[in-house]
Design a binder for this molecule. Structure first.
Ligand code: IPM
Ligand code: MG
Length: 372
């Protein structure tokens, strides 16, 4: 039996292209692993009314970790229209499979490194090395939302909070509520993970990115927990920056920052911004990490217009494999992938279109594999 069982979920669109590319690289490092492919994505939503069927959950439960490609998501009504006719009007509701995986497997930490590699023509600056820690199961992604708002909920809010009074005259159908829910535990976990990472890898600062001046209770809880946690890490400075200002500072002086930590929605936003500073989503890898399971995925979507054309940059997926290997404790293999990728970037001979080249997804993967 192989040492590891790894679930492979290519998903939709270019997810398949980049997964194929990543597999070429994984085969080259010769990890002692069985790779088991599973079903996820739009095709299964249309056919079965579930983009993440129970058999896929079961597959994941029987593997060590998972590589995930990309997923097509559409708003609720549009999704319903694409269901097989016999499934329409039966109460099937589309919910993003990746968000579901994060919640069902309690993958509480989203790790998103964004580093400028030497020779990448898309670098905003060459000295950027940012790592975003995004809380991954709560906040605005908890999925607790109402439209129309139940009368009981509105009445309760009015009873409990003076500011809710102003919504009393609004019709329930003209109101929508999305709950931003933080637990102390989740705040502590994400902040601790950020500090531990900074300590292990020698980053001098951890910046907590929230908005406690306005969103006093949820952002406030995160900041207060970060301040407490910082006492355990006297060699690392805790910086506190509001999300809006952070966007400005990241454009102004990204080289001054190291580890960033935030809640789910703000972390989602700053991680795209950070990705663009080092080449865009084609470079942006991520790990959704829980206590005993993890799913690694490129941050980009399924880019339907490029599906099957083998044009998109596979680096985000290949860097995600590197994160996976680090998580598995296969650090040498992880380093050898990173080294090979950085050489390919530096040489600049093989590049996909986003980097100004005309090589294919597979050409890039092959040139990386050749250097391992
Ligand atoms: C990401 C993506 C997802 C998210 C989408 C696809 C649901 O933007 O991983 O950053 O919002 O978390
Ligand atoms: Mg995002």
């Amino acid at each position: 039996m192989a040492k590891y069982k790894i679930a492979m979920l290519p998903g939709d669109g270019v997810g398949k292209d980049v997964m194929e590319a990543a597999k070429l690289v994984l085969d080259k490092i010769d990890l002692d692993a069985d790779y088991i492919y599973g079903d996820v994505g739009w095709e299964f939503w249309k056919k079965e009314g579930d983009p993440l069927p129970p058999r896929t959950i079961h597959l994941l439960q029987n593997t060590d970790c998972c590589l995930f490609g990309a997923i097509t998501s559409k708003p609720k009504d549009e999704a319903e229209k694409e269901l097989r006719p016999e499934l329409q009007g039966k109460g099937f509701v589309y919910f993003s499979p990746i968000v579901r995986l994060r919640q069902e497997f309690n993958l509480r930490t989203n790790l998103r490194p964004c580093k400028a590699y030497t020779g990448n023509p898309l670098n905003y600056r060459d000295d950027i090395d940012l790592v975003v820690f995004r809380e991954n199961t709560e906040g605005l992604y908890a999925g607790i939302e109402f439209h129309p708002v139940p009368e009981e909920l509105r009445n309760t809010l009015i009873k409990l909070h003076p500011r809710a009074k102003k919504f009393e005259p609004v019709s329930l159908d003209d109101l929508a509520i999305s709950c931003r829910i933080f637990t102390r535990k989740a705040c502590q976990n994400i902040v601790r993970d950020a500090f531990e990472y900074a300590k292990k890898r020698g980053y001098p600062t951890v910046t907590v990115v929230e908005k406690p001046n306005v969103i006093r209770e949820t952002s406030g809880l995160m900041i207060r927990e970060a301040r407490k946690m910082a006492r355990d890490y006297p060699d690392i400075k805790l910086w506190e920056t509001n999300i809006d200002a952070m966007c400005m500072w990241l454009v102004k002086n990204p080289q001054n920052y190291g580890v960033l930590v935030s809640s789910n929605m703000f972390g989602d936003i700053i991680s795209d911004l950070c990705a663009q500073l080092v080449g865009g989503l084609g470079f942006a890898c991520s790990g959704n990490i829980g206590d005993d399971y993890a799913v690694f995925e490129p941050t980009h979507g399924s880019a339907p217009k490029y599906a099957g054309k083998y044009m998109v940059n596979p680096l985000a997926m290949i860097f995600s494999c590197k994160l996976m290997l680090d998580w598995l404790g296969e650090n040498q293999s992880a380093d050898s992938i990173e080294k090979a990728v950085s050489e390919v970037i530096k040489e600049g001979k093989v590049r996909t279109y986003d980097m100004g080249g005309s090589d294919s997804t597979i050409d890039v993967a092959k040139s990386i594999a050749d250097k391992i």
